[in-house]
Design a protein around this ligand. Structure first.
Ligand SMILES: Cc1ncc(COP(=O)(O)O)c(C=O)c1O
Length: 396
């Protein structure tokens, strides 16, 4: 008999891997009449906003802002440095690398995809083989997704930089930090990343709609050698505007900018290293619970090796295929929305826990409690003591 009582009334919790939970400070900053876009506060706040974005990205170089989602920043970045007929190398550990490569194909690039499947991080030896074989240096960029949100794999960007350096290969290193910025450690300059794309709706805790492309001098030199770059995607005026409208090539995303300002203030007040440490500790507690559940034989953590797990999202699989019923239970019965399985052949059996951005210890314990409750309701075999293991990790 199904239980007619719903326990979903109350503050709902969206624990999907983006858009993430929005801080009240962000919501409140956006709750205002439209500002003047020709004079005053909005114009004056831009230099500090771009500087602080660069602080979070750990770069002293440039940032261009786009009114776009992550797909838009993929295309924006590619459009500035990849001409039709040029080749990009895409080492894929999940759906999003394929997506970026398809975007490159769409602007006329040749794509060379090395597919590592959806549960394995990059094999750097295979990437090195592909680069070594490219003696004519036809590969102009490597599209490197730092955290693939579909699989929850976290790839080793500094190690990839080392491969390029060791081989003396001049390809640009382009990183997708859409799921990792503001969650996992990322150091654009120290790690030798030439171009980085991200968007505002995950670690940056702002409603979807603005995206960012960071680039260094090496990338700018490639941009300068391009036969043409479409006016709208051109990062040059956006990164070095003489007039306010050039930041956005048109009307500013007014309210997003206020929301973003509030989000950056939160991140910088906490400290970016502390933000990374918080995400790491919360992720470790989630893994502790999942590893205990997995002892029952029905649940698998998609990424076996802890060193390659994202600190912002965890992809899980129920071997009996009941990922969707589990999500439906948590959402409709408990008010807890979990992420769908994405890019997996058995997507219906998969689900993802989002733990990015404005998330703290009690929220993670509530999310794990929701999953435990759903597993009890669905009679899913599981190891006992998962919540205790998570609590012990947070208490340590
Ligand atoms: C790693 C990664 N890259 C790219 C995207 C695409 O971003 P968007 O959906 O904002 O276009 C996503 C979205 O979740 C993502 O997680």
């Amino acid at each position: 008999m199904t239980d007619p009582i719903s326990l979903a009334q109350g503050r709902a919790y969206l624990a999907i891997p983006g858009p993430s939970v929005m801080p009240d400070a962000v919501l409140q900053a956006m709750h205002r009449p439209s500002p003047n876009i020709y004079d005053g506060e909005l114009i004056e706040m831009m230099p500090a906003l771009t500087r602080d974005l660069c602080r979070v990205a750990r770069t002293d170089h440039n940032v261009a802002i786009y009114i776009a989602n992550g797909h838009g920043t993929w295309e924006a970045a590619l459009s500035n440095v990849i001409a039709p007929g040029e080749t990009v190398l895409a080492p894929a550990s999940g759906r999003f690398t394929h997506g970026w490569a398809e975007m490159a194909e769409g602007i006329g690039a040749k794509i060379d995809v090395i597919d590592f499947g959806s549960s394995s991080a990059w094999d750097l030896d295979r990437i090195a083989d592909a680069l070594r074989a490219d003696t004519a240096h036809q590969i102009k960029a490597v599209l490197a997704v730092h955290v693939d949100t579909s699989s929850s794999i976290r790839n080793d960007i500094p190690a990839l930089r080392a491969v390029l350096n060791d081989l003396g290969h001049p390809a640009l290193l382009m990183a997708d930090c859409i799921a990792s910025l503001g969650c996992d450690q990322f150091e654009m300059d120290a790690w030798g990343v030439d171009v980085m794309v991200t968007a505002c709706q995950k670690g940056l805790m702002t409603p979807a709609g603005t995206g960012f492309v960071f680039f260094n001098e090496k990338a700018q030199a490639k941009r300068a050698s391009m036969p043409r770059v479409s006016r709208y995607w051109d990062w040059q005026p956006r990164a070095n505007p003489e007039l306010f409208y050039q930041y956005f090539n048109g009307t500013a995303p007014t309210h997003h900018l206020y929301g973003l300002r509030a989000a950056l203030d939160l991140i910088l007040a906490e400290g970016i290293e502390q933000v990374w440490a918080r995400h790491k500790r919360l992720a470790t507690a989630i893994w502790a619970a999942c590893e205990i559940w997995a002892q029952g034989g029905a649940l698998q953590i998609n990424v076996a090796d802890r060193r390659h797990r994202s600190h912002a999202v965890t992809a899980l699989r129920l071997t009996d295929g009941r990922g969707t019923p589990l999500r439906e239970f948590t959402e409709h019965k408990l008010g807890l929305t979990l992420g769908i399985g994405l890019g997996m052949e058995d997507w219906d059996g998969c689900f993802r826990l989002g733990h990015m951005g404005y998330v703290n210890g009690q929220m993670v314990m509530a999310m794990l409690g929701g999953v435990e409750t759903a597993m009890a309701a669905l009679d899913i075999p599981r190891g006992q003591g998962a919540l205790e293991a998570a609590a012990a990790t947070l208490a340590a």
